[in-house]
Ligand binder design. Structure first.
Ligand SMILES: [Fe+2]
Ligand SMILES: [Fe+2]
Length: 181
């Protein structure tokens, strides 16, 4: 993606977000976008793709689908809607949107960036978020593992919460990959 294409998409996407997101979610999205661009520059990912993926990651947050739990499904539905409404065809952008909530085994650098930026943007506040932020300064994989470990522990501590297998698989994959290096 180049500057011109990115700017063209932003002119369509930002008014859409203004119309479809609550103010707090819009602010979160802008925080994620700012951080994702910084991280893309640091880790050698495409900054324009990071910007577009971050802008779109929660676009389906307030969509309603009968019988569907949108806490998880807004990611996959957001990727589908990004393709349909904005003509996004780039698989890495679509994967980053589709997997931002749970992660998955074998994430690309862009997917890791969107996953982490969503979890640690400045508006986020939970125990050990600063530890994950510090790790994200130097080691994308270790920061993802910390974030996933925290999610898994947090979900297991809550009664009736559902631990998504993709997060367990994503963490396992990263740990195995770390051991190879
Ligand atoms: Fe989300
Ligand atoms: Fe988000």
């Amino acid at each position: 993606m180049d500057y011109t294409e990115c700017e063209r998409l932003k002119k369509e996407i930002i008014p859409y977000l203004r119309e479809h997101l609550k103010e707090s979610r819009y602010v979160h999205t802008m925080n994620v976008t700012h951080l994702a661009k910084e991280m893309a520059a640091r880790y050698g990912a495409d900054v324009y793709k990071a910007e577009i993926a971050a802008l779109l990651h929660d676009m389906a947050k307030y969509e309603k689908r009968p019988g569907v739990n949108m806490d998880f499904a807004h990611s996959k539905i957001g990727a589908e809607m990004s393709r349909e409404i904005f003509g996004i065809e780039d698989e890495d952008i679509l994967n980053a949107i589709a997997n931002h909530t749970t992660g998955r085994a074998g994430m690309s650098t862009l997917e890791k960036i969107i996953f982490l930026a969503d979890a640690i943007e400045p508006g986020r506040d939970y125990p050990c978020v600063d530890e994950i932020r510090a790790a994200a300064e130097t080691d994308l994989d270790r920061a993802c593992i910390l974030s996933m470990a925290r999610t898994i522990q947090h979900v297991l501590e809550q009664k009736g919460w559902y631990l998504h297998p993709d997060t367990v698989e994503a963490k396992k994959y990263l740990e195995e990959h770390l051991e190879e290096n």
